[in-house]
Structures are given as structure tokens and as C-alpha cells.
Design a binder for this molecule. Structure first.
Ligand code: ADP
Length: 381
């Protein structure tokens, strides 16, 4: 085999965008998608339909690949460990992915490594949540599910013992492990992407601001408008984490910048991530290309910015359920915007695509990207 076969477990938009990075290298990307209408399955030439929770399906898929990587972290850890034991090359390794699969485990390990994390404790009773809140700034406090959350699902801000009791009951119904976490007085949220090869060589991207709304990332602003000392600290934290967990490919570190400039690690993802979509046009090498380079143990590409200001705005389904594909020509009438649609059916609150704009002035660039995104969901500003 002249060009390696890379397999990606999961057929969502991240796999779809990884295809675009694989094409110029002539790399064959195989995708294990759950459904034929998953974003990557709609565009890929080498798609297998199967579940990431089915060991047989994973095994069959991995047998046709030189390297297996992931577009999500939902495959059960024990299945991944089994595949690794059978000799399949998994990048990142199951041990590195475990950090992204369990927030509580991640917090505990990162704390033990001396990394700054919010105060937290596992909770199973109202008394435990009350005691935690009492010794960590009072109400409101945050409760989180250790596993399975995304886009704010699995995160609850609770203002009273009664609200905590309701979350505990919901957790018990879903069989969730819950923990309480101190409410951070956020100045802003940022992310650092880093790409790493198996031998440890890595490249770090400039810090990006992740503008959140109701627990979901709505915009990326690069570079993040933060003190360079804070930015350097954030990048250093990402490097320390990537070495500590021995990650390969892309890792995203989501960080809280608390008022006063204190940086805390929120969570990591050991794969291409929503906080790195601006890198497609906004950096010399996109996160998807560097993910491929990293998992293939190839030289990593430059992370330098392509413009003084880069803004990405997510295209999120509006209440009317309009389809962005219907508004594409109108959005493209705006000069110098890059539109990415993920091929997903429109639903309110669903991430359907994103728009990136580049330029000299952050305010102007942001306005242009927001305008295009609003047009796409049929709600022009
Ligand atoms: P998800 O895994 O769903 O992305 P996160 O743990 O990142 O969940 O939380 C989603 C959002 O909720 C964060 O981006 C942040 O805006 C808010 N949030 C989470 N934890 C805290 C906290 N301890 N203090 C303040 N805000 C928080």
C-alpha cells in the first residue's frame, strides 16, 4: 500500500471535513458511519455502516485500515482497549481518549498533575451538593454528568437544594455519574488546539476565543482578545496536557479565563473540534490536515494565522427550521466569506454548518461572518 488507509470512527461533520484534508494527499479515508445519511457518509467513497458500540463492526472496520482515528469519543473504552490489544493501531490511543470520555476522571487526573482545574467533587446526594456549594462560593453551583455530555447537555446550573435534587433524580434515571463544580466567574472562554505526533513533536495553534450561548459554542474569534501572558500560559497548559496524556493527532483544550485572568482547564477533546473550524481558511494548516499528519506520524504543518483577524460563526438551526441550503446563494453574495454546510437536515438548535471570514479588522470580519450565518438560517440581522 503506497498511501496509508486511515479509518475514522464516526461519520459526522468532522469526518466530512477530514475528507477534504485527505484528498490532496491521496490518502484513502474510510469512515465508519452509523447511518447512510451521516454528513461524511454522504460525500465519502469508502463508507462502512456500523455502530461504534459493536465490537465486531469496529474489528471489521479496523482490519481494513492502517491507522484508526475518531470523529467522536463515544466508542466504549473497553472496546477500544480490545482493538488495541488485537494489534490495531489506534491514534489517539484508548488511554489518551479516556481523558476525553470522562470529565470527572479528567478533572481528577489533571488536578493530580498540578494543572489548574475548577474545584469539583463527585456527588450522589443533596447533602453532598449542599456541602460542596457551601464550601465553594455558595449557590448557584454547577452540576455535570461525567460522561456523554455535549453542547451543554449534561451541564446544569443549580440555584438551590431543590434544583440539585431534580438533577440528581434525572441523573439516577439515566444511570449517570454526577459531580458538582464551582461556578466560575467567566471573563471569556478560549480554546487551544495542538497537533502531536507519536514521538512527541507538536505544533500549537494561536489561542482562539470560543463565544458560548446556552452551553453551545456560537462563534470563534482568532486571535483571542486576551493578554499575551494569559495566552502564553494557555498554550503552555495545552502542551503539558498533550505530553501528559501522550495524545496523537489534534487535541482541543477548552479553557475558562476567569475574571482577573486566572486560567482553568474546562475539558479536552482528543480529535478535531468545533473550536478549530476557523483553521480551515484561517491558518496555514487546518486542524483536519494536522490531525491526519499527526496520526500518520508525518511532519506537522504551520499553525500561523492567514490574516490578522479570523472569525467563524456556527450556522445553528433556528426556530423556523429553515434549511440553510435554500439560502446559500444569498449568503455567498457577501464578499469573502467561506461557507461550510454539513449536509444535515435542519432542526432548531442543531449545528448545520459554519461560516468563516478573514480580514484586517476583527469587528468588520465578525460582522461579515455573522451576517452570512444569519442569512443561512433565514434570519438576516
Ligand atoms: P459540554 O461538554 O457540553 O461542552 P462544558 O462542560 O464545556 O459542556 O460546559 C458547557 C458550557 O457551560 C461551558 O462552555 C460554559 O459556558 C458553561 N460552564 C460549564 N462549567 C462551568 C463552570 N464551572 N462555571 C461557569 N460556567 C460553566
Amino acid at each position: 500500500m503506497v498511501t496509508p488507509r486511515v479509518g475514522m470512527v464516526g461519520g459526522g461533520q468532522l469526518a466530512r471535513m477530514t475528507y477534504q484534508a485527505a484528498i490532496p494527499f491521496g490518502v484513502t479515508l474510510r469512515v465508519l458511519a452509523e447511518r447512510a445519511d451521516d454528513g461524511a457518509a454522504l460525500v465519502g467513497g469508502d463508507v462502512e455502516i456500523g455502530s461504534h458500540t459493536d465490537l465486531e463492526a469496529l474489528r471489521r472496520f479496523a482490519s481494513g485500515c492502517d491507522v484508526v482515528t475518531f470523529d467522536h469519543e463515544l466508542a466504549p473504552p473497553e472496546l477500544l482497549t480490545q482493538l488495541e490489544a488485537e494489534g490495531h493501531v489506534l491514534r489517539p490511543s484508548p488511554a489518551a481518549m479516556r481523558f476525553a470520555q470522562d470529565k470527572l476522571w479528567q478533572r481528577d487526573r489533571f488536578g493530580a498533575l498540578g494543572l489548574p482545574v475548577p474545584a469539583h467533587a463527585r456527588v450522589a446526594t443533596v447533602e453532598e451538593v449542599e456541602a460542596f456549594a457551601h464550601s465553594n462560593g455558595g449557590w448557584p453551583t454547577v452540576m455535570k454528568a461525567a460522561r456523554g455530555g455535549y453542547d451543554g447537555r449534561g451541564v446544569w446550573v443549580v440555584r438551590s437544594p431543590e434544583e440539585a435534587a431534580a438533577v440528581l433524580a434525572e441523573g439516577a434515571r439515566g444511570g449517570l455519574t454526577l459531580f458538582a463544580e464551582a461556578m466560575v466567574d467567566l471573563e471569556r472562554e478560549v480554546a487551544v488546539l495542538i497537533a502531536r505526533r507519536p514521538g512527541g513533536q507538536s505544533v500549537v495553534y494561536p489561542v482562539v476565543e470560543t463565544v458560548q450561548e446556552n452551553g453551545m459554542c456560537r462563534e470563534l474569534v482568532a486571535p483571542a482578545p486576551i493578554d499575551p501572558v494569559v495566552a502564553a500560559h494557555a498554550r503552555n497548559i495545552a502542551e503539558r496536557i498533550s505530553d501528559a496524556i501522550d495524545v496523537t493527532g489534534i487535541m482541543a483544550v477548552e479553557l475558562f479565563v476567569a475574571r482577573g485572568g486566572v486560567v482553568l482547564v474546562n475539558e479536552i477533546a482528543t480529535r478535531p473540534h468545533n473550536s478549530g473550524h476557523h483553521t480551515i481558511e484561517g491558518c496555514v494548516t487546518s486542524q483536519f490536515e494536522n490531525h491526519l499528519r499527526g496520526v500518520l506520524d508525518w511532519p506537522l504543518g504551520s499553525t500561523a494565522a492567514m490574516a490578522p483577524a479570523v472569525v467563524t460563526v456556527n450556522v445553528v438551526g433556528g426556530p423556523s427550521g429553515g434549511d440553510p441550503r435554500a439560502h446559500l446563494p444569498a449568503a455567498l453574495a457577501i464578499p469573502r466569506v467561506h461557507v461550510h454546510l454539513y449536509g444535515k437536515g435542519p432542526r432548531p438548535g442543531r449545528k448545520l454548518g459554519h461560516v468563516t471570514a478573514l480580514g484586517a479588522d476583527a469587528g468588520e470580519v465578525r460582522e461579515r461572518a455573522e451576517r452570512a450565518a444569519a442569512i443561512l438560517v433565514g434570519e438576516p440581522a
